[in-house]
Structures are given as C-alpha cells and as structure tokens.
Design a protein around this ligand. Structure first.
Ligand code: ZN
Length: 488
C-alpha cells in the first residue's frame, strides 16, 4: 500500500501520524482515502466543492501533481507521496542583479584584511567581494530568520543592508532571535539589530525602516534594493513581499519555519523561475494554518533556514553556483533530512502567469488571525470573557468549568489548575465533548484565544449555550490577573 507523508502542521488532524497508508491506484483516490480515514483532515485539504485547496500541494516524489496527470496520476507503493501545505518562508546571473549599476567599489586596506578568507577563494576573489560591497539587501524582519541572516550578511560585507521591523525585543524571542541579547529586552528590534550588526562590521551601511510593510510602502521600499529576503512569520507580509518583488522584477529569497520543519527557495520570475503564488495562489483562510506563536518552533531551526537564505543571497550576488530558483528545499530537523521538490512556473499564476490578475499590492489583514471566520463574524460580543471578568466571577464563588484546549506540553509550562481548569487538547475535543455538560458554565481557554475559539464553535454547534471564550488566552490572564504565571 502506498503511504502519504503528513506535514507537521496537519498531523494533529491525522491522529498524530507522520505517514498514513492509503488505498488507491491513482493519487486522487489515495487522497480521498486519507480524508475518509481522518475526516478532520478533510476541511484542511478540500474546499466546499471538493477540490484540493489552493494552499495545499501534493507531490509524488519530487514532482507536483499539477504537472503530472493531477488526480489521475497513477501511484505505486514505492512512490514517495507528500502533502506540502504553505507554512503562520532558472539561473540568475550577476548581470540580472547588476544591470545598469555603477562600477564596482574598491576595497580599502582594512576591508582586504577582514575579507581575506573570501578573497583567497577563486569563487569570490576581489571581484566577488566588490560585488558584495556594491550589493544592497533588504531583510524583512529581524526575528528568528532575520537574526542569522543579518549576522552572516553583515559579516560577509554586503555593502548596504536594509532592516524592516517594528516590534520590540521580548524575552520569549531570545530562544532563537540571536541578533538580540538579554540587555535588549524592551528595545525596538531594529535598534538592537543595528547595534549588533554595526559591531560585527563597521564597514557596511545599515538602513533601518521601523514600520510594518504595507501595500502603500512595499514597492517604494523594495525598489531601492537588489535582493529581498523574506524573514517574516506571517502570511500577509509573505504575500506582500512576493507580490512586490515580482512586480519589481527582484529576487525574493524565501524561508519559513514551523516546529521542526523548514522550507527555503528563491522566487525570481524575472529569471524564469516561479513565484510564491505559483506554489500557493491564495493565502489560507484564518484558522486553518497555525501561526508560529501558536505552533512553536525549535530555536535552532530558523538558524538553519536563515543561513540557507543568506547563502542563496550571496550566491545570487557573486553569480556563483546553482540557486534555489525553481526548487523548494524542505528540511526536517527531527529526521535530519533535506528533500528537494521541483517548482515550476505556473502559467495560470495570478501574479506572474500569462494572464495576471494581480497588478497591485493587496493587504491581507485578517487571515493570519487565528480566529476562524465564523467566530470573527460574531456580532454578539458576549461570547468572550476577559481574564479580569473571569477572575471576578471565580472570586464571587461562581462555579465555572475552565477547559484548557492547549497541548499537554503547554499545560506543563503554565495552567489554571488551581481554578479547577481541565485539559482537553483541541485535537481530542470532538471525541471528548461528551465529558462536558450543557448545564455547566464553561470557559474555554488556550494560549491566546484562537484555538479556544474553535472549541467554542464546536460546542456551540453541539448545542451548548453556557459557554465563553477566554479573551487573549492564558497570556492575557498572565498580563492582567497573575503576573507570576510563566509566559511562553
Ligand atoms: Zn507566480
């Protein structure tokens, strides 16, 4: 029997399995069988019309089924079948990047000493190092991916590095965002990153852009750089970066991370390669894809993926090697395996295809939110309860059942057990609804309020009426009720 590899983000809907054996001679039958075995997976894989969702791609070995016979593609037991959902990351020549540029800058004596290990490599040499000095790279985000990117690109002598971020350094960032230090907690990330990068290399120029990338500013900002590197953790920025770089003909070095899985590629339609929308034409709707904050990430993972992105940027600049254009590199840290999938330009791509429908930038404001549409559309504002209100009601002796829908490892970090909270992870929720009574007053709680909103929907559909969602989850509880509670 053939088996289908299940990506980390979807395993919770497939009984926690990393691979599932399926029946079928053709890929369409195999996927239908998978959905029959795990009905919870169905809505993540198919839209209302029964078609595979646009942000879910199926590969047989290293080939996308859209470039084979689609659902009719025959499969055998030895085929490696994988589902690659989007995860809330040709051959370019130097001429592409340097068209119309001024002559290469000279290196001074200090720079020659500093870059000597580059200069003695024939692939870099004086000319390559001068290209690096002449180059400008825009880093979107100075977080998990942006940290190793910034550190290595600064050290390598990229002449002008642009940093875009508007966040401040939080203690929970330090597990992976290694450009920032403990002394920087509370500072704007952009200042902390600038100080560290200037310390690494005082010969480079660092431009700081302390704002969120939006449809109004993305084109003007990206226009001014040779290469864009996507180091964001959210879909709205990812689509904005992709669309703006395609419209401007710039290469976009992509990376993304989730728990133990990483992806990297170079999107560069101007040199014949595909763009992110060729792979995923539309962003996923809210709620279907977990964000990094909800899903967690191994601290080392952005280091690995960010360093791959930095390597790709440097190769593009010096015009050496085979770039990741038209290739999606997948990394599984648990198995310590890299895998490569072929990406092709999609002639139907709404952005870089033959008849593009997207000609300007789009802000996708809501879809990264973890709250499902049905809940978002609620007008009844008393479906939620704030931590302060809940504490007051508990203090008044009201009997309220708090149900925590996070995972066990999150419960072990912090929980409301002293208020009688019980753990029912969201994945087990449908099977364990019977443990709850419609007579009880129930408050649903998770980390930030997103997963518990889904549990709320499930209870509502099952006829529960005395239910509330804890607004902002246990993090809001820690912020407003119990500052002693550990945050993560
Ligand atoms: Zn495209």
């Amino acid at each position: 029997m053939p088996s289908i590899a299940i990506p980390t983000a979807l395993r919770q809907f497939a009984g926690g399995n990393s691979a599932v054996q399926v029946q079928g001679q053709k890929i369409g039958e195999a996927i239908a069988d998978l959905a029959d075995q795990y009905p919870d997976l169905k809505k993540h894989l198919f839209d209302a019309n029964g078609n595979l969702r646009s942000f879910v791609n199926v590969f047989i070995n290293d080939e996308d089924i859209r470039h084979l016979q689609q659902n009719e593609t025959a499969i055998s037991d030895s085929d490696e079948i994988s589902i690659i959902p989007s995860i809330a990351g040709g051959s370019a020549t130097e001429a592409d990047l340097r068209a119309g540029s001024t002559p290469l800058p000279e290196l001074n004596k200090d720079e020659i000493a500093r870059y000597s290990r580059h200069l003695i490599m024939p692939e870099v040499g004086m000319e390559g190092q001068r290209k690096l000095k002449a180059a400008s790279v825009l880093l979107i985000g100075t977080g998990g991916l942006g940290s190793p990117l910034g550190l290595y690109l600064a050290a390598a002598g990229i002449g002008r590095l642009g940093l875009v971020d508007f966040d401040v350094v939080d203690e929970s960032n330090l597990q992976r965002q290694i450009v920032h230090g403990t002394k920087d907690v509370g500072r704007p990330k952009i200042e902390s990153a600038r100080d560290r990068l200037s310390d690494i290399n005082p010969h480079i120029q660092i431009d700081t852009h302390e704002f969120a990338l939006r449809s109004e500013n993305a084109l003007d900002l990206i226009r001014d750089y040779d290469i864009v590197i996507d180091g964001t953790d959210n879909f709205q920025t990812r689509y904005l970066v992709n669309d703006a770089s395609v419209l401007l003909g710039k290469p976009n070095v992509y990376g993304s991370i989730f728990r133990f899985d990483g992806q990297a590629s170079v999107f560069y339609p101007a040199s014949g390669g595909p763009c992110y929308r060729c792979l995923y034409p539309e962003p996923p709707p809210p709620g279907l894809v977990p964000s990094c904050a909800e899903g967690g990430v191994l601290g080392i993972l952005p280091g690995i993926i960010g360093v791959i992105q930095a390597t790709e940027a440097i190769k593009l600049i010096i015009g050496q090697g085979d770039p990741l254009i038209g290739r999606l590199l997948l990394f599984d840290a648990l198995k310590m395996k890299f895998k490569e999938l072929k990406l092709r330009r999609n002639p139907e791509c709404p952005l870089c295809g033959e008849n593009p429908t997207i000609r300007e930038l789009i802000d996708y404001d809501q879809f990264c939110g973890i709250v499902p549409e049905t809940v978002e559309a609620q007008t009844d504002d008393d479906w939620e309860i704030t931590p302060v209100q809940l504490k007051q009601r508990l203090d008044q002796g009201e009997r309220i059942t708090i149900i925590d829908v996070r995972e066990i490892h999150e419960w072990q970090i912090c929980n409301l057990e002293s208020y009688g909270s019980r753990l029912i992870p969201l994945g087990q929720f449908p099977d364990r609804i019977t443990e709850l009574s419609r007579e009880e007053h129930i408050v649903l709680q998770c980390k930030m309020g997103g997963r518990s909103a889904k549990a709320y929907e499930a209870l509502k559909k099952s006829g529960f009426t005395r239910i509330r969602n804890l607004k902002g989850g246990i993090l809001a509880w820690a912020d407003t009720v119990d500052p002693g509670l550990p945050k993560y």
